[in-house]
Design a protein around this ligand. Sequence first.
Ligand code: FES
Length: 87
Amino acid sequence: SFEVQLASSGKVIPVAGGQTVLQALSAAGVEIEFACEQGVCGTCLTRVLQGVPEHKDNYLTPEEQAANDQFLPCCSRAKTARLVLDL
Ligand code: FES
């Protein structure tokens, strides 16, 4: 498991193993737009300010994934203990 932090408020939200980042955000009252929940449509695209995402989507190009400055929270996770999100 890992946690995400909201850049705007500083709030830290834990993401459990069986939970997506999107679900963890929603459970914490942070609603972001989504559609496919399968990493295909790009609707949930969120900027990453710190930390390294573990990309599991089929939307970003390999180059975009390697930049590690955005990710798809409906399916992707984290390689670092915390991701700071531009939310
Ligand atoms: Fe479609 Fe996340 S909701 S990529």
